[in-house]
Ligand binder design. Sequence first.
Ligand code: IMP
Length: 421
Amino acid sequence: MVTAIIGLQWGDEGKGKVVDFLASNFQAVVRYQGGHNAGHTVYYNGQKFIFHLLPSGVFCNQSTCIISGGVVVNPLKLLEELEQLAAIDLKIENFYLSEDAPLILPFHQQLDIVFEESRYSKIGTTRRGIGPAYEDLYGRRAIFIRDLKDEKQFRSKVEILLGYYNQIFKSFAARQMKLEEFIDDYLSAGSKLNEYIADTRKVIANLLERGKRILMEGAQGFLLDITFGTYPFVTSSHPGVAGIFTATGINHKELTRVIGISKAYTTRVGEGPFPTELSDDFGKRLRDLGAEYGSTTGRPRRVGWLDLVALKYAVRINGVDEIFITKLDVLDQLEEIPLAIGYQLKRERFSDFSPAVEFLEQVKPVYKKFKGWQKSLKNVRKVNDLPVEALKYLNFIAEFLETKIRYVSVGTEREETIVID
Ligand code: IMP
């Protein structure tokens, strides 16, 4: 009944395209964690759209789109996205926003920036206030979407929380913030969003009772998971399957299929270890071939070879049933393509991944090299039409991960995809 789409790397695996490609087989698409740190790119009628909050299924008319209570929401940003769609005359008919979604308020963003610029932490965050908003949730002082419904109560809750943040800002010699700077904008956004606010657990349960198929759209990637990722260089939520259960109200028996997404190589934005990183001119070439610039922040992404050790870890913990390889066409011109199949540290060889930063910063990848196909894959639609070198590369990945590769993307458009039966 429920299928999950999980990014298996450090985010930016191409989830926007994948969800858009698969959405027509589902009656609902649910964003279950993260916030507008995500940037899911979808090409629709030749036009590029980047969704930060809305589920990437919005272009499938029959899909219900849901933002669950696990997502931290900046209502102003959500409205901007809805307006972007209204500008092309697309009103999503069935859109639900969880009343339980914690709000991102302007002081969360200021704190995110203050921390990034302090000596305490330099994570390379998207500076959108994601971490501080989740901190408030776990600190049991969060303010939720549902609070926007009662103006008086909302003002009073925000005023108290702002007092707390201004104390922190004082100790960092950062700017004091005032309620008047933003409160009216939030209330006005709240009333515009009112028609969408719902108990999404009930909406989801009701869809399942009626036998509808639901797609859970993860944001970021599993190696950025707060528990399983390369802590502290992680995001503040659970991009893996665990995040679905803490956010949507479905139970583990209802999740019947997990599709893991991986690029044909690896990228990472922000700080943190990256064993297969290419820091040389070749890395720059690969970055340009793959247009690897952040869709949310525009930052150049760090690029490197595919790391099967890390991927195997993500596949196992998320119980991945099938793999969707994206951007295989980016490797079209390369003469040789290495795949990391182990790590070496001093004299010791490791075949298992550990997210410990100290370990990953020291290991050297052990590569198996593959001959490149040096042909354009853009027009390939059938697996049998793939060059033999590309097939060897894909087959090795599937065997190493002991998981079937079901889909291969060879371009940005929805139809530039190979389905392997
Ligand atoms: P935050 O999520 O803004 O707190 O950033 C924490 C880390 O996650 C940083 O390394 C970000 O670059 C990374 N990150 C957050 N969202 C995304 C994403 O959607 N794609 C890739 N990296 C992300």
